[in-house]
Design a protein around this ligand. Structure first.
Ligand SMILES: *Cc1c(COP(=O)(O)O)cnc(C)c1O
Length: 434
């Protein structure tokens, strides 16, 4: 599989190049140039296939020649000491739990694979610096996945505020490979600095700079694997259409699902579940997309006014606009409906969902109400309920136990450097650390 820029399709790069230099020149993002039919690899997998087994089998097929089966096994084993879980709730509804990773969000899956595959790709012959912008628990997820990876230094840029969930023992001055840097600015400043540093070619080449943000296809592509996993777990009960309900913020998860469909999963569509920040639904329906001001909701990871995967979605829709309109159904769920869905999921299925999962649940309910014959829906539960323990105990009237690993995510730490939001300041800080 090769990759092209969303801005042009004339120069193709390998997976390794797309991962290690994650932004093409010219302002685009990498997307697969053509998609491999993977059915021979996964159609005959059975219910007992473990997640690392699935990843180890599918990856060499996907990355033809770039990763042999032994390397792929090492990557899968070292990335995944956690697995997704598929629970069937009734004939027409299942939930795919994606929050079993170290920080309790589905992003752990893509980040863990990226860290392991990068280590394998540069093994014995190189070095890399992974430069990422972080908010929420993404910094902790990146620090966890990249800690002690051979030949890799991980620089994490934080906006003004507090830095939580990192272990100072992993910091570079204490013998580790993690460098948290606080930027006197916003998350957008951090993202801009990542792009600027990658586009400063001499500087980027000196350190081998790439990113663990979703701009990196090495993080996006492996998110397709858990859709395959869901399919092999439900297929024996499947008598009708398969549909996924995906809570959407930056639309990375949905894009990964669309790749999984292209790999050959026989599915009939996706519900793009948005909260009140739903301007992107217009684009999906084929209308003009006009970003609207951000609304704060109780599903904060979906509070996005301009999805960072916009260019990838546009590229996907350009190929077959009519097909896409029949594949992706946008639904918008406000806070009130989200909380009602949390209650319904508990009453009907003894299922505890956080607000992000509840948005997907509510969207699925709406979708089914509008149709008689709709098939089997798999809801993606993207965030661990214990991370919204307060909200959930308010709604369900029961206390949740908060695992110790999530308590540690609240520990505050000092950055290794605090700098102005300028590229030269960032370059100076990096040079003085390594
Ligand atoms: C990031 C996140 C999402 C949104 O995923 P996108 O790929 O940005 O659409 C949904 N739920 C949770 C819990 C998240 O952390």
């Amino acid at each position: 599989m090769q990759f092209r820029s969303t801005q042009s399709d004339d120069s193709l790069v390998s997976f390794k190049d797309a991962v290690l230099r994650c932004l093409p020149l010219g302002g685009g993002l990498y997307v697969p140039a053509s998609v491999t039919d993977m059915r021979q690899y996964f159609l005959y997998m059975d219910f007992n296939t473990s997640y690392p087994e699935l990843v180890a089998t599918v990856t060499p097929g996907l990355l033809q020649g770039e990763l042999n089966p032994f390397s792929a096994s090492r990557v899968a084993e070292s990335a995944f000491d956690f697995e997704p879980e598929l629970k069937q709730l009734d004939d027409r509804l299942s939930v795919l739990t994606l929050y079993n990773g170290p920080t309790g969000v589905f992003k752990d899956f893509g980040i863990a694979f990226l860290a392991a595959v990068m280590e394998e790709l540069i093994k014995n012959k190189g070095f890399a610096m992974i430069l990422s912008a972080a908010k929420g628990d993404t910094g902790a997820s990146i620090a966890h996945a990249f800690y002690k990876r051979q030949g890799i230094i991980s620089v994490i840029l934080y906006p003004s505020g507090v830095i939580k969930g990192l272990d100072p023992a992993s910091f570079i001055q204490n013998g580790g490979n993690i460098i948290p840097i606080q930027i006197k600015g916003t998350f957008d400043d951090c993202q801009r600095l990542v792009a600027e540093a990658i586009h400063d070619r001499p500087f980027a080449d000196r350190y081998g700079i790439t990113s663990a943000n979703a701009i990196n296809v090495g993080r996006l592509l492996p998110q397709a694997f858990y859709y395959l996993y869901a399919f092999i777990k439900v297929k024996q009960h499947l008598q009708e259409d398969l549909i996924f309900s995906v809570p959407c913020g930056n639309f990375g998860n949905l894009i990964a699902g669309l790749y999984a469909w292209k790999f050959g999963i026989p599915l009939s569509g996706f519900i793009a579940a948005m909260n009140a920040n739903n301007a992107f639904g217009d684009f999906i329906r084929g209308k003009e997309y006009i970003p609207r001001p951000l609304i704060t909701t109780n599903s904060p990871a979906l509070d996005v006014s301009q999805p960072s995967n916009y260019k990838r979605l546009v590229a996907f829709y350009q190929e077959a606009p009519a097909v896409m309109r029949n594949m992706v159904y946008p639904e918008a769920v406000d806070d009130k409906a989200t909380l009602a869905a949390m209650e319904n999921a508990w009453k009907r299925h003894q299922l505890i969902l956080d607000a992000h999962g509840a948005v997907a649940y509510a969207a699925a309910e709406r979708y089914t109400k509008a149709r008689e014959d709709y098939g089997h829906i798999v809801i993606l539960a993207t965030g661990h309920p214990a991370k919204q323990a307060g909200l959930i105990s308010e709604i369900l009237g029961r206390e949740l136990e908060v695992p110790e690993k999530f308590r540690k995510l609240q520990h505050k730490t000092d950055p290794v450097a605090l700098i102005d939001p300028q590229l030269d300041a960032l370059q100076g800080a990096i040079a003085s650390c390594v």
